[in-house]
Ligand binder design. Structure first.
Ligand code: SF4
Length: 210
């Protein structure tokens, strides 16, 4: 396929820069402990300094992959599919979620919400980042809000973000992994004083699974 043709298919969301896909256990947030097939899409310009998947940022490093092939692989492994990145909403997610829905699968997304919400989702995990705030439409539709706590200032940011989501959105505070020893006691204390929040941990890292 010539380069222009490939780019046009990526533009339409019929091909996506796939970084990796794997079957594992969702470690974080509301669905922690659930077996799920992860589809990690390359491309992100949000620029979190503590990002643990910096290899995902440059979409050009990840081969444009036909959505039909991602769907076929996913359907072999699990009823629960987690689309993550990178920032998956960099791309048009409609063809991917149409394909997954046609197979009757439950589709979750993990997003910073910084780009327009494409695709049809059964669960939206919104994790806002200060450098590029979510769009209004993503706040409205988020099922869970996952705030990463790197330092004390992040509690204030978390409250600002919580004021923008719907009443039914479930609120999580999750320590940034490299700061977990320092921040876990502060998060525990904060949640006991502010019980609208729940604690989320990256349990997959404790389990030594991807
Ligand atoms: S939004 Fe996610 S993928 Fe992008 S830089 Fe931040 S943590 Fe990394």
């Amino acid at each position: 396929m010539v380069k222009d043709e490939l780019l046009s298919l990526v533009d339409k969301g019929e091909m996506l820069p796939l970084m990796e896909e794997f079957y594992t256990i969702q470690g974080e947030g509301f669905h922690k402990g659930t077996a799920a097939y992860f589809v990690r899409i390359g491309g992100c310009d949000v620029g979190c300094h503590w990002c643990d998947v910096k290899e995902s940022w440059n979409a050009n490093l990840h081969p444009p992959t036909a959505v039909a092939s991602i769907v076929e692989n996913a359907a072999k492994y699990s009823n629960t599919i987690v689309v993550t990145g990178g920032e998956p909403l960099t791309w048009n997610m409609n063809p991917l979620t149409n394909g997954l829905k046609n197979k009757g699968l439950d589709i979750h997304i993990e997003t910073s919400g910084a780009y327009p919400l494409t695709g049809e989702w059964d669960w939206i995990c919104l994790s806002p980042k200060k450098m590029k705030l979510p769009l209004a439409e993503v706040y409205e539709k988020a099922n869970e809000l996952k705030m990463i706590i790197y330092n004390q200032n992040d509690f204030k940011f978390a409250e600002e973000q919580a004021s923008k989501v719907s009443d039914s959105c479930i609120l999580y505070l999750q320590p940034e992994w490299s700061k977990r020893e320092k921040m876990i006691p502060e998060i525990v204390d904060y949640v006991m004083k502010n019980p609208k929040w729940k604690v989320s941990l990256q349990t997959h890292k404790y389990l030594n699974i991807p």
